[in-house]
Design a protein around this ligand. Structure first.
Ligand SMILES: [Zn+2]
Length: 467
């Protein structure tokens, strides 16, 4: 039977359903695009029956930080909405929130239309957008309100990249105040860009051009300072704030301190900060360029602090910041000058396996917390829950059958991301998605992709309501 026929019923039998709260054996019935029943020994006439004995039945992963088809420094991230969403699906992720970028002087509505056009004919899974605000005249405030009404309920502002994306504190404050009034959430790239720019200029003047200087010119204190400042601005604006890609213990302590005072400050981290370190920039030749993304990799000891933050809810979400640029041709642009290396790395496909293998199997986080971090909390944070991030009757049938015992080797030669290297080349992981359903349709079956371009839909998100 073709998975594209309407209203296929699928019965998933004998699986172990694991959500952010629960862990139990049951059958799951999918009717059309939604979960229609959960129970023991369900009796029903389903078009297809899947035996999930020995497998975990998880809500599909929600990755709230990706950059597909994104222009950067004269090139474009190498995955578009077709290859990027296909790779995501292979990795057990069934919803992405990417970023639409308002260029200076442009209306946010125009920016959104541009990004929807990039995605709509290509996406194989559901998607949404955060709006990157680079410019906020008074007319922009009504526009924020109008976007929120249309389901684009989060905005990202930059404290880094002066002259390109960076905005001043007044603009951040204004965005937070107004987003919050209308039910939106502001996400912050927290690094002190003005200071970093001066440090970078100094390094280049001294002839320090190798990839490792990308990391050495972006100190953890510049991230921590901006994290603290973003939280302070949110506090004055009486608004929630979400810090993206938090990379180090110093910044984490700012979030922890605010949360201890009851401030609605949230933060995500990404697998690269949990598994890789500043030592990766010392690889021979130009290899370090593979690890040039922002914030950069930090000293290894930060990893344990981040894991502790995840376990204790000082960090709420694991996203990827997937933003791939090929080593050959794209990263090459910065061979003689690290500031010209396109910033970004691949990761949308490997998030669940890496975090399961490195977090759950090592006892750093529980299985329930794993589901919460990669699916439920991001869905709640960004107005997708309980449609996404949940295994409940009525939720979208975005379901992953995850084999906790299967092993795989991560490699650029076998991954599905359109990029010529992996950050984790040769790593062995245990815990692999076997089958992936997107709104009731089986789109990944082992090594076979059954999804199709354009089948993913733009999802209108609800307003911010906390976790
Ligand atoms: Zn990013």
């Amino acid at each position: 039977m073709s998975p594209w026929e309407d209203r296929v019923k699928t019965l998933i039998r004998n699986g172990r359903i694991v959500t952010a709260q629960d862990d139990y054996q049951a059958d799951l019935l999918i009717d059309g695009e939604v979960i229609s029943a959960i129970g023991r020994s369900l009796k029903t006439e389903a078009g297809q029956v899947v035996d999930a004995t020995g497998l975990l039945v998880l809500p599909g992963g929600v990755d709230v930080h990706t950059h597909l088809d994104m222009p950067f420094g004269g090139t474009v991230s190498s995955d578009d909405f077709e290859t990027g969403t296909r790779a995501a699906a292979y990795g057990g992720t069934t919803t992405l929130i990417d970023f639409a970028i308002q260029s200076k002087g442009q209306s946010m509505r125009t920016a959104l239309d541009t990004w929807v056009r990039k995605a709509e004919a290509k996406a194989t899974i559901d998607y949404s957008f955060h709006m990157i605000v680079t410019d906020l005249p008074d007319a922009g405030i009504e526009e924020m309100n109008s976007l929120i009404r249309d389901g684009v309920t989060s905005f990202k502002l930059f404290m880094a990249y002066p002259g390109v994306l960076m905005v001043d504190d007044g603009t951040i404050f204004k965005a937070m105040k107004n987003a919050s009034r209308y039910g939106g959430l502001v996400c912050m790239h927290a690094e002190n860009g003005s200071v970093i720019d001066l440090i970078v200029k100094e390094a280049l003047a001294q002839g320090k051009t190798a990839p490792k200087y990308h990391a050495l010119t972006r100190p953890t204190t510049a991230e921590a300072e901006a994290t603290g400042r973003a939280i302070a601005l949110a506090e004055i604006a009486d608004a929630p704030v979400y810090i993206v890609h938090l990379s180090c213990a110093e910044a984490l302590s700012k979030v922890r301190e605010a949360r201890d005072r009851g401030i609605p400050a949230y933060a995500e981290t990404c697998p690269q900060y949990l598994f890789l370190s500043i030592e990766d920039y010392d690889r021979p030749g130009f290899e370090g360029a593979k690890y040039v993304f922002t914030p950069p990799l930090r000293e290894k000891w930060n990893q344990e602090e981040l894991w502790r933050g995840l376990a204790q809810d000082h960090l709420q979400v694991i996203s990827t910041d997937h933003c791939p640029f090929c080593f050959k041709e794209q990263k090459e642009l910065g061979r003689d000058d690290f500031t010209k290396i396109p910033n970004g790395g691949p990761g949308v496909e490997t998030r669940l396996s890496l975090v399961y293998n490195g977090g759950v199997r090592t006892g750093k986080i529980t299985l329930n917390r794993f589901v919460e971090l990669v699916s439920t909390a991001p869905a709640k944070m960004f107005g997708l829950f309980p449609r996404k991030g949940a295994i409940t009757v009525g939720s979208d049938a975005d379901v992953v059958l995850f084999d906790p015992e299967a092993e795989a080797t991560i490699s650029a030669s076998t991954h599905h991301m359109r990029i010529d290297y992996s950050l984790y080349e040769g790593w062995r992981v245990r815990g692999v998605p076997r089958k992936v359903f997107s709104r009731g349709r089986l789109i990944v079956d082992g090594d076979t992709f059954l999804g199709r371009a354009g089948a993913g839909s733009f999802v209108r998100r609800s307003t911010y309501s906390g976790l």
